[in-house]
Design a protein around this ligand. Structure first.
Ligand code: GLN
Length: 278
């Protein structure tokens, strides 16, 4: 079968199965399998696709029709210009989270100590360490399986001297020392909302990376309560938040004695990041 026909067939199947962005996913899967890029569809559509690629493409399309996330099929997701390995044990890095990383980068200095609470794939911490020098990083997660991925990503993406320490811990339980920056994109979805999410998310992403308990604020409360002990004077705490959590999280920070509390919007104009100074 020719490349273009192959793509059209994939697209048709995904669209019929009601997969969102069927066109894009059909193309990305084909490119992933054939090792091609966007150009190939435009200029080499009449090339024959090798038998083994055809079989692999059909299998990938069948998986995507079952609403398995594209990133679980390819095993990767780009974030901050780096390619992270992902699986069902880590939250797939989101573009929105780049806002959080960029906000920290604006203010971050070389030689700082940084803690990433609920690190998941490690995407936040690894990006920060990649774009700075001589910093010390600690990435914490309660899930040993998530930490395995984070560690793999650290190895793939950072030179040895920049790699962080990965720590299996229930929040701050095993954390030691003081930090200049503490960052967290914790689970923040209200439990009752989880059932309404897309099947890709609710059926395939780790529940313990999504569920922020009844009011969605559990992890913010705990982290705000415990972080001061682990922050240096003038240290900063950064959170990613849900679009309707800006006021609640700001209030938590204020009550805990933080100052200079800022809420930052994402490109859609929604509240996405809150940060404050101790
Ligand atoms: N810190 C990771 C991320 O931003 C994981 C977040 C989570 O599991 N809630 O992708």
């Amino acid at each position: 079968m020719k490349y273009l026909e192959c793509y059209k067939e994939g697209y048709r199947k995904l669209a019929t199965a009601g997969v969102p962005e069927a066109e894009l996913d059909a193309r990305l899967l084909l490119e992933y399998i054939c090792g091609t890029n966007r150009n190939d569809l435009l200029v080499h559509g009449d090339r024959e696709v090798a038998e083994q690629h055809l079989t692999a493409y059909e299998a990938a399309i069948a998986k995507r029709m079952e609403r398995i996330p594209l990133q679980h099929i390819t095993g990767e997701q780009d974030f901050m210009g780096l390619t992270f390995r992902v699986n069902e044990h880590v939250l797939i890095p989101r573009q929105d989270t780049e806002i959080l990383v960029e906000e920290i980068l604006k203010d971050m200095q070389d030689y700082c100590r940084i803690l990433d609470m609920c690190t998941g794939s490690g995407c936040i911490l690894i990006s920060l360490l990649h774009y700075n020098n001589w910093c010390e990083g600690v990435g914490v997660d309660i899930s040993p399986l998530a930490l395995q991925k984070a560690k793999e990503n650290g190895k793939n993406l950072l030179p040895e001297e920049k790699r962080p320490v990965w720590l299996e811990s229930n929040l701050f339980e095993k954390v030691e020392g003081k930090f200049d920056v503490i960052v967290s994109n914790p689970p923040y979805i209200r439990s009752e909302v989880i059932g309404t999410l897309m099947p890709e998310v609710k059926d395939h992403e780790p529940m313990n990376a999504l569920d922020g308990t009844e009011d969605g604020l559990y992890f913010y409360r705990e982290i705000v309560r415990l972080a001061p002990e682990f922050l240096k004077k003038e240290g900063k705490l950064y959170f990613e938040i849900g679009h309707d959590q800006g006021a609640d999280v700001s209030e938590l920070l204020e009550h805990a004695g933080f100052r200079e509390i800022h809420v930052v919007k994402d490109y859609a104009g929604l509240d996405r990041v809150v940060y404050a100074t101790l």
